[in-house]
Design a protein around this ligand. Structure first.
Ligand SMILES: C[S@@+](CC[C@H](N)C(=O)[O-])C[C@H]1O[C@@H](n2cnc3c(N)ncnc32)[C@H](O)[C@@H]1O
Length: 251
């Protein structure tokens, strides 16, 4: 297994790899490594707001009370899957991720919560193992920055959702307010890697985090990309002082 240390310098990108497959494998291994402290780091980095944002994202699916099937893609430790279940008690959720260790952490959490309406599945967001139009909705949080082919990922989610269903994508975004933008730069690009190094013991993973944002399209451009992929009625809501965007598109 190659370490982060041997891949840490390409173009200032802590993941280094230019080959998309190698890059995806490194992302997979990185999330496996940070699994033990993943939830704690989320709470620390967002001052405890991340769960509130997931609840908002879940409500943006706008499902009714009928039994529905939802895909929570890149579910990680399952927090958005649980928020969907809380918002729609009659829904069943397929919680999928391509990193098995982080998925196992989600399964353990589901057992502690006695959550039985989530099914856990190892799956790649770029090759979803589902037929067309089989879900009533799809959610994902903090996935899109990580995929090596953003339009393909958006296309795959659209493919597996029934016509009229919604795809809800929550992701970190570039804040626009000038003064806050500067403060955020210092926090995200300097402090977060240090906190990640100290708490999660993984400086390179938490250096990758800001780096992945710098390559990611701003909220307005992401909206246009979703429209180009074929989503209708695309809109987004900014949260966390403009640092998080929740995009919604109708299939
Ligand atoms: C930042 S975590 C987000 C986890 C969770 N959604 C949350 O709200 O905390 C990103 C997750 O995306 C997963 N991921 C990244 N690329 C993926 C892909 N191509 N297919 C499936 N999962 C992927 C990672 O394994 C990781 O669990």
């Amino acid at each position: 297994m190659d370490s982060m240390a041997d891949s840490s310098t390409h173009n200032g990108d802590p993941l280094g790899a230019t080959d998309p497959h190698a890059r995806a494998r490194r992302i997979q291994r990185m999330f496996a490594r940070i699994t033990p402290r993943y939830d704690l780091m989320n709470r620390l980095m967002t001052a405890g707001r991340d769960q509130h944002w997931r609840r908002i994202a879940a409500h943006m699916l706008q499902l009714d009370n009928a039994p529905r099937l939802v895909l929570d893609l890149a579910t990680g430790t399952g927090d958005l899957a649980f928020a969907v279940r809380q918002a729609y008690p009659n829904a069943r959720v397929i919680a999928a991720d391509f990193s098995e260790p982080i998925l196992r952490a989600g399964i353990r959490k589901a057992q502690r919560r006695n959550e039985q309406a989530c099914e856990w599945l190892v799956a790649d967001a770029l090759r979803l193992p589902f037929p067309d139009a089989c879900f009533d909705g799809c959610t994902n949080a903090f996935l899109l920055r990580n995929v090596v082919d953003l339009p393909l990922c958006l296309h795959e989610m659209r493919r597996v959702v029934k016509p009229g269903g919604r795809v809800v994508c929550m992701e970190i975004t570039h804040p626009q307010t000038p003064i806050f933008k500067q403060a955020f730069q210092v926090y995200f690009y300097r402090l977060v890697p240090l906190i990640g190094g100290a708490i999660a013991g993984d400086l390179s993973a938490y250096s990758y985090l800001p780096n992945s944002l710098s390559r990611f399209p701003p909220a307005e451009l992401l909206k246009r990309i979703m429209q180009e992929v074929g989503y209708r009625e695309v809109s987004y809501r900014l949260l966390g002082l403009g640092t998080v965007a929740v995009h919604v598109g109708v299939v």
